[in-house]
Ligand binder design. Structure first.
Ligand SMILES: [Fe+2]
Length: 202
């Protein structure tokens, strides 16, 4: 499975769900939102644990990858806030719109900028391997249910220990690119602070 095709398919799915969200109302809207939340949590999880770590080291993709982690954080915060509501108020609708715009911006940047640069630093084999790893991690998470999505946040907070546990077996060689310090406990934590110092969202 090609990593880019897998991620693009996820993006299209979320876009469809956002269209559904627009036309739904009341509790049906909240149910569509729950689906969006589940999809986005799963998607950000596989990107953050498998795809982004392969792109963090190479110079060409470094900055965009750090920015992507930050954008995920914004999306996750909005998801948390939105999920507290029992019904869609006007404020909720406004916040859901902000979520949608954030996701659209992120998807656009990923597909038009990050993926293009990623193709230059990853080999065909890398792309295939990353896709397979993300696919099987998705299936694993779906089997274990929503536990994954909610557990992810705390797993991330407790940093390298749990992350390397889940990441280690899946880590890929990234041979064309991060040949040197690919063993660094990459990922959200460290990058996040460097990133915010460096540059805000555009
Ligand atoms: Fe993403």
């Amino acid at each position: 499975m090609d990593a880019f095709n897998l991620l693009k398919a996820d993006h299209r799915k979320v876009e469809d769900l956002f269209s559904e969200l627009e036309s739904a109302s009341g509790q049906a809207k909240m149910r569509v939102f729950e689906q969006i939340k589940t999809e986005l949590e799963l998607h950000t999880h596989i990107e953050e644990t498998i795809f982004y770590p392969a792109l963090e080291e190479p110079k060409q993709t470094h900055e965009l990858t750090l920015e992507a982690y930050e954008e995920h954080d914004v999306v996750k915060k909005l998801l948390q806030q939105l999920s507290r509501a029992k019904s869609p108020t006007d404020e909720w609708e406004a916040q859901a719109k902000v979520l949608q715009e954030n996701v659209e911006h992120h998807v656009e940047e990923e597909e038009n900028e990050l993926f293009k640069k990623a193709k230059a630093v990853l080999s065909e084999d890398d792309i295939e391997t990353l896709g397979e790893q993300m696919e099987s991690e998705k299936q694993r998470q779906q089997r274990t249910g929503s536990k994954a999505a909610s557990g992810k946040k705390s797993a991330k907070k407790s940093a390298s220990k749990s992350q390397s546990a889940s990441r280690a077996p899946k880590r890929m060689p990234a041979r064309k690119s991060a040949s040197k310090s690919s063993s660094k406990p990459s990922g959200s934590k460290g990058s996040r602070s460097t990133k915010s110092a460096k540059k805000g969202r555009r």
